[in-house]
Design a protein around this ligand. Structure first.
Ligand code: F6P
Ligand code: MN
Length: 313
C-alpha cells in the first residue's frame, strides 16, 4: 500500500521501486545493499586518500589505497549478506567464496572505476554485475542484473534487473530517490567518446571515427568509463569506444567487470554494445581478466561501427 508520507513528499525510493517492479526478494535486497555500500565507498573517497597503495593489480596497474578500500568494503558487505555466494573483483586475481555455497547470486565488481581521476576531482564510479550462477562454473550466460554508482557532484545509482534501466539520486537524507525511470536512448545521439591513442587505432576504426566527425559528433571523453557511459545514457544517445589497438588487439577494458554490466544496462535502455562483430553480452568469457574492444551506445552508431569494422581495408 502507498505510504502517505512518501506520496506527499512525492518521491519513489529505490526499495519501493524494486518492489513495485516485482523484482525477486533476494535480488531486491542485494541491489539495495550494494546501493547502500556505495555510500560507504563515497565516504572513503571524501577522506581523500589519494596515495598509492604500493601494490599492483592483476593488470599490472598501480593500485591506489582507495581502490583497495572500495574492494574491501564491497567484499565485507557480501561476506555477511546471506545471499551472495561468490565475489569477484578487478582488484583480485581469484574468485572469493563469500557465502556458504547455497546462495543464489554471485557478484562482480570494478570497485572504483576511473580511480586515477580522483586527484582531479572528476567523477568516478563503481560497476557491478549480478549473476545467477556461480562465477566459477562458467560458460553460461548468467548476468541477471547490473548497476553502477557515480561519485560526482551528486551520487547517482543506475540499475537494471531486466525490466528497464532506471536512475536514482542520493538525497540529503541518504535515500536513493527515483529520478529517471525506464530510460530509453534515441535511435541516434550526437556525442562520442574515444579511448586509445589515434596513432594506435586500426584503419577501419579510424574510418568510423572520421565518419562521426564528418557527421558533426561532439567529443565527450572524461577518461572514466562510468561517467562516460552515464553521459550517453542521460543524454539519450551517442557512442563510447575503446577499440582494438595496433599493439593491444583486445583493447583495454575488462569484459566481466566493466563491459558486460554496462552492456546490460545500455541494452535494457534500447541501445547496443558490440566488440565490432559480436554482441558484448553474448561473448563467453574464457578468463576472469579477459578484455575486449567495445562500441557501446545508441543503435545507429553501434550498427555503423559494425559496418565499418566489417570492411577490410
Ligand atoms: O578502468 C579503466 C579506465 O580507467 C576506464 O575508466 C576508462 O574508460 C579507461 O580506463 C581510460 O583509459 P585511457 O586512460 O587509456 O583513456
Ligand atoms: Mn575500471
Amino acid at each position: 500500500m502507498e505510504n502517505i508520507s512518501d506520496a506527499t513528499r512525492g518521491f519513489v525510493d529505490l526499495r519501493r521501486h524494486m518492489w513495485i517492479a516485482g523484482i525477486e526478494t533476494e535480488l531486491r535486497r542485494l541491489i539495495w545493499q550494494i546501493a547502500v555500500t556505495g555510500k560507504y565507498i563515497s565516504a572513503k573517497i571524501h577522506e581523500s586518500n589519494r596515495k598509492l597503495a604500493g601494490f599492483r593489480n592483476i593488470y599490472d596497474e598501480e593500485q591506489l589505497a582507495l581502490d583497495r578500500s572500495a574492494d574491501e568494503i564491497l567484499q565485507s558487505q557480501f561476506q555477511f549478506s546471506g545471499f551472495v555466494r561468490e565475489y569477484s573483483s578487478e582488484e583480485q586475481s581469484e574468485i572469493i567464496q563469500v557465502g556458504k555455497g547455497n546462495e543464489q547470486y554471485s557478484v562482480t565488481a570494478d570497485p572504483l572505476d576511473g580511480s586515477s581521476l580522483v586527484d582531479t576531482n572528476l567523477a568516478v564510479g563503481t560497476i557491478i554485475g549480478i549473476h545467477k550462477e556461480p562465477l566459477s562454473e562458467g560458460d553460461k550466460k548468467t548476468l541477471v542484473a547490473a548497476m553502477y554508482i557515480t561519485y560526482g557532484p551528486l551520487i547517482t545509482m543506475v540499475y537494471s534487473a531486466g525490466k528497464g534501466t532506471h536512475e536514482f539520486v542520493l538525497n540529503r537524507e541518504g535515500e536513493y530517490v527515483l529520478s529517471e525511470e525506464r530510460i530509453m536512448l534515441n535511435e541516434r545521439g550526437s556525442i562520442y567518446s574515444l579511448g586509445g591513442l589515434r596513432k594506435d587505432w586500426l584503419p577501419e576504426h579510424l574510418k568510423f571515427i572520421e565518419f562521426l566527425e564528418r557527421e558533426g559528433y561532439k567529443l565527450r571523453y572524461s577518461g572514466g568509463f562510468v561517467p562516460d557511459i552515464n553521459q550517453i545514457l542521460i543524454k539519450r544517445g551517442g557512442v563510447f569506444t575503446y577499440p582494438a589497438l595496433k599493439n593491444k588487439s583486445m583493447g583495454k577494458l575488462r569484459l566481466i567487470f566493466e563491459l558486460q554490466p554496462m552492456a546490460f544496462l545500455i541494452t535494457q535502455a534500447g541501445g547496443m554494445a558490440t566488440n565490432g562483430k559480436e554482441d558484448i553480452l553474448l561473448i563467453k568469457p574464457e578468463s576472469l581478466d579477459q578484455r575486449s574492444p567495445i562500441y557501446i551506445g545508441s543503435r545507429f552508431e553501434v550498427e555503423k561501427a559494425k559496418e565499418f569494422l566489417s570492411k577490410t581495408l
